[in-house]
Design a protein around this ligand. Structure first.
Ligand SMILES: [Zn+2]
Length: 77
C-alpha cells in the first residue's frame, strides 16, 4: 500500500474533498523541489494541492501538520 515516495497520514479532523468524500487519510508526495510537496486524499487520490513544506522532511510531524492545515484551508471549487 505505501510506496516509498509517499507518506500517509491520518487525521480525524479532515475536511471534505471536492470529490464529495471525506478522506480518512492524506498522502504526501514530493515535488521536484524540496520547498513544496503535494497532498491528496485517500478517497479519490485525484484532487491534490501543492503546499510549502517549509523544508521539513515529508515524513516529519511538522510536515504532516502542514499538509493537514493546507488541506483543511484549501479553497474548494
Ligand atoms: Zn477525494
Amino acid at each position: 500500500m505505501t510506496d516509498e515516495k509517499s507518506t500517509q497520514l491520518s487525521s480525524d479532523s479532515l475536511q471534505l474533498c471536492p470529490c464529495g468524500q471525506t478522506p480518512s487519510a492524506l498522502w504526501v508526495y514530493p515535488s521536484n523541489t524540496c520547498k513544496y510537496a503535494y497532498v491528496s486524499g485517500d478517497c479519490c487520490g485525484e484532487w491534490n494541492l501543492e503546499f510549502r513544506t517549509e523544508y521539513n522532511d515529508l515524513d516529519s510531524d511538522a510536515c504532516m501538520n502542514l499538509a493537514i492545515h493546507y488541506w483543511n484551508h484549501a479553497v474548494r471549487g
